[in-house]
Structures are given as C-alpha cells and as structure tokens.
Design a protein. Structure first.
Length: 335
C-alpha cells in the first residue's frame, strides 16, 4: 500500500495567498497517508486515501501555474514552479473530503528534503490535466511539535509544580545536568471544534511506561518524546504517538480543548513530568513553525547558531531519537 508524508494542511487552496501558523491558515503537518489507489504512482481524482483511519475521497488535484515559494526557518526562500510535466511536480495542491469534512493540503516534492517551513506563498494555481498527477512526498521527514498539557507536574528542586505555574527563571531538575533554569515558556491553546483532531493529546495512564512511570495520568502532544529503554538497555526518545499500542496509552479523543505548554532551556534536556522522564522543547524544523512568529526570535537567541545552522544534528539531542515507524515496531518491548 502506497504511503505519502509531509502534507502541509491549510484552511483552503487559494492563488496568491500566504499561509502561515501566525496567520492561522497553516494548520500543521500530516504523515502516513495511505492508499492502495496510489499504488499506480498517481494521484487520481476520486481515489480514496486513509488519514488517521478515516477514508477521504480526492476531489481536486491542482498544480502551480506560476511561481510560489516556501519561506524557511532561516528566512531564506525556496521557490516552486509550474511544469508541463505532471509526473514529478514541485508541489501538488490536494483537496479531499469524506462527506462531512473537507481538507486541503499543499504537498512538497521529496527533493526539498528536510525544512522548517515558516510560510508558504502561492502563485497561480490550475487543475492538473486529465485529473491526475504523479505521487510525490513518499519520504518521511522528522517533523516535531513538543508540548506538555496544562496540569502536568514538573519535578523541581522544591518538589513537583504544575507546568502552568512554572515561571521563567525557575529551576527544573534535569536527568543529566541537575537543576537548570527555564529560559522561556511557550503556550499554544487549541479548541478542537476547529483545530485538527490529529493534534489531540496522547494519554499515558499510571504505570503505562513502567512501574510508577508516570505516577499519575499524563497528557502530552502527539509528537512529544518520552524517554524509554530499548531491548539493549539503551535510553532512547520516542514520540508519544508511536506508543499507543501499549496498554494504558491512547489518544484522548474526548478532549474538546487543550493548552500545550513548552518549557525552553539553554539546550535540549530530559526533565520529569508526573514522575516519568521526557523531553523539553527542542527547536526542530516544525516545532518552530508551531509557535508564534513573535516567539521565534527568542528561541533563536537562546539556542544561537545551533538553530540557524540546522537542528537535525544528533549531538543536539539529549538522547538518541527513534523515528515513528521504528518506535512503533518496538513499542511493546520498551521499559
């Protein structure tokens, strides 16, 4: 079954429009969209695709008719262009629906590779010829949004404190470097009457990661990484959404609203939330996109050249990282 990744979800598909999280019309990134209808290597009108277990029908396939661009985290602009060849387009604009829900995606070509997209500027847009175009974006990038849910208890030298009560300048206990000062706090509020369902938090029941880990119910964002041990005993960080096959771990479908809170330190740290080790904010490619533009300069100031030089370097992480697919494969064996 064909699988595509890195679909940038937007509120609509319009010509000569700027999409960004700051403007509220760039909603996020969708991975692991699957369909046997795509096995022929083409997006075809009326194909069915699966997104998070829900079937959608492709209603419209469009392409650039004049140049557009992606603005990256370093402020540089990367263009995309029109083409007479629809077998490998720079960008595909896709509209899908399932009768009750209409969704819109801007899909970049695999050739763009990893990138922290701050905004997308469309040029002209036209329907593809013969209602089909070659499938693109079959390579999965490591997209990261890291957040605690309000109410999570963070370990400090003075005892546990609710994450929403932690203030800039407070000390938090880290796994490797003792007490460290909070440099910044970033807050993101979501109402799921309008926010995408895939951003709903993952719930870890008491003991779902091991004895008393966590020590009470813990909610985190789907991309938030938890520290676990693999079969060799190596400590690794894995995304919360990759662990839902474990007993006591599930998506909190009943949540109607959530407040996600990022704790930022001078570098990536392992801290403790509800007694279990987990990561602090990491300035990954898409984590920066998920915070207000007004906060990004503050993050750049804290992390310095590490951000502007690219944050995929393994030495920047507090522990080795497992991608979603590998973490899913090992999920039941983690301790």
């Amino acid at each position: 079954m064909a699988v595509i990744h890195d679909l940038l979800e937007v509120t609509d598909i319009s010509e000569n429009t700027t999409y960004s999280t700051a403007a509220g019309n760039l909603l996020g990134v969708v991975d692991n969209v699957s369909s046997s209808d795509l096995n022929d290597g083409e997006f075809d009108k009326w194909d069915d695709i699966q997104i998070d277990g829900v079937t959608y029908n492709i209603d419209q396939i469009q392409e650039p008719s004049s140049a557009g661009s992606f603005t990256l985290g370093d402020g540089n602009s990367v263009g995309f262009y029109s083409s007479v060849l629809e077998g490998n387009l720079d960008v595909v604009f896709l509209t899908v629906s399932n009768g009750a829900d209409v969704r819109h995606f801007i899909i970049p070509n695999d050739s763009y590779g990893n990138g922290n997209v701050q905004s997308i500027e469309t040029g002209g847009i036209r329907n593809v010829g013969f209602n089909d175009a070659g499938v693109i974006s079959t390579t999965n990038s490591n997209i990261n949004i890291v957040c605690f849910v309000a109410g999570s208890m963070i370990k400090t030298p003075q005892g546990d404190a609710a994450v929403e009560e932690v203030q800039i300048g407070d000390l938090v206990l880290t796994h490797d470097n003792g007490p460290q000062q909070v440099r910044a706090i970033l807050v993101r509020e979501l109402d799921f009457t309008s926010a995408p369902e895939r951003l709903k938090p993952v719930l870890f029941e008491k003991g779902s990661l091991g004895p008393n880990r966590p020590n009470s119910k813990l909610y985190v964002s789907p991309q938030h990484r938890m520290l676990v041990s693999d079969q060799s005993g190596t400590a690794v960080l894995v995304p919360a959404k990759a662990l839902t096959s474990r007993q006591g771990v599930r998506v909190a479908q009943g949540k109607r609203q959530v407040t996600y809170i990022h704790l930022v330190f001078s570098k990536h740290e392992i801290i403790y939330a509800n007694g279990t080790p987990t990561e602090s904010f990491f300035p990954g490619r898409m984590a920066l996109e998920a915070i207000p533009a007004s906060c990004r300069s503050e993050v750049y100031d804290i992390f310095g050249d590490d951000v502007t030089n690219g944050t995929d370097d393994a030495k920047m992480f507090a522990a080795p990282i497992l991608r979603v697919q590998e973490a899913q494969r090992q999920a039941l064996s983690f301790t």
